[in-house]
Design a protein around this ligand. Structure first.
Ligand code: SF4
Length: 328
């Protein structure tokens, strides 16, 4: 349903949306890059408020989050709309088009979160959660007023302006942020965005909540050792304990490059480990994705796809007492 948006300026015959770095100028009836924010009766509105396209209870490892509440399940929901246009989008039916959805009011959604046995909270995912800002903000704030131990998670491309990001972060426990590449060429040509605002989001978010990063390695586009090395060095300059997930690309949507070579991802992982304590691979079977103590190499969490066994029982290695970046 329609709902007035936050973060916009009104001018005589248009509004300027300030939610994300596109800063779109919107005239009556015209939509922003995200395809969900427009102007009706001189008021800026989002058309996807409360509209849910997908809802599933997933292992949190699927987000992917490996160091936040490992082995737990989380209700995962999404709507439609996105402010990027990645050629390889895995969810293009809901990110690039207005899709069939069902309206769920905030109270019903919170009841749903509480009623699911063993559920730790809610993950906003599938499409870009910041394009659902007003709904997510209200849901997250209400959840935390009710019980601060219910988890709020965002799985995001990180393409958001600072003011809305800072307003939402007090209600967010964990984020997985895509760092899709490390060049503006890649962000411009493949994703329809810019690199710098994403780096800024990662820096800010990592000061406020648990953060993990995902890079989808796309064959012949961003899968060079040099690019992955720069990504790892950037993350390491913030905190070498931030986990990085290097995920294997398969052809999808408009991108026809063949699937990324497994060898390229393994080599990239070895390179990234020079700068980071925890580097994992995604979309590849049979590769060791366990968590080891960065100091004594003791196994702390074992993973077999989504079968997870947590051996550690606090944030210290039980053998050498090294600090481990983990929330159980
Ligand atoms: S949220 Fe949508 S309308 Fe607003 S600036 Fe970003 S792409 Fe444009």
């Amino acid at each position: 349903m329609d709902h007035e948006i936050q973060f916009y300026n009104k001018y005589e015959d248009y509004i300027k949306c300030k939610l994300c770095p596109h800063n779109c100028k919107l005239r009556k009836g015209k939509f922003g890059v995200c395809k969900v924010r427009t102007v009706k009766e001189s008021v800026g509105v989002a058309i996807n408020y409360g509209e849910v396209t997908s809802a599933n209870v997933d292992p949190i490892e699927k987000k992917p989050l490996y160091h936040y509440k490992p082995s737990k399940d989380i209700l995962s929901v999404g709507t439609f709309g996105c402010n990027m246009s990645c050629s390889f989008c895995q969810n293009y039916e809901i990110s690039q088009y207005v899709s069939k959805s069902e309206y769920i009011d905030i109270e019903s959604l919170i009841r749903f979160i509480l009623d699911i046995q063993g559920n730790i909270g809610i993950a906003f995912t599938y499409n870009e959660p910041f394009m659902w800002y007003e709904y997510i903000y209200e849901v997250s704030k209400k959840i935390k007023e009710y019980d601060k131990d219910i988890s709020v998670v965002l799985v995001t491309n990180g393409y958001v302006n600072e003011e809305p990001l800072l307003k939402l972060l007090p209600y967010v426990d964990a984020m997985n942020i895509d760092l899709k590449g490390y060049t503006n060429r890649y962000y411009n040509n493949i994703c329809g965005a810019k690199l710098e605002p994403v780096l800024n989001t990662i820096k800010i978010a990592s000061e406020h909540c648990h953060v993990e990063i995902t890079t989808l390695m796309v064959n012949e586009e961003n899968d060079s050792i040099e690019e992955i090395s720069k990504i790892a060095q950037f993350i390491g300059s913030i905190d070498k304990n931030i986990p990085l997930h290097l995920s294997r690309y398969f052809p999808r949507y408009k991108m026809e490059n063949p699937a990324t070579h497994v060898d390229a991802i393994i080599q990239a992982r070895n390179e990234a480990k020079k700068y980071l304590n925890y580097v994992y691979v995604g979309n590849i079977a049979g590769v060791d994705n366990n968590t080891y103590c960065p100091n004594c190499k003791y196994e702390l969490i074992s993973r077999d796809i989504y079968d997870t066994k947590v051996i550690i029982n606090g944030d210290k290695c039980p053998i050498c007492r090294e600090y481990i970046n983990i929330t159980l």
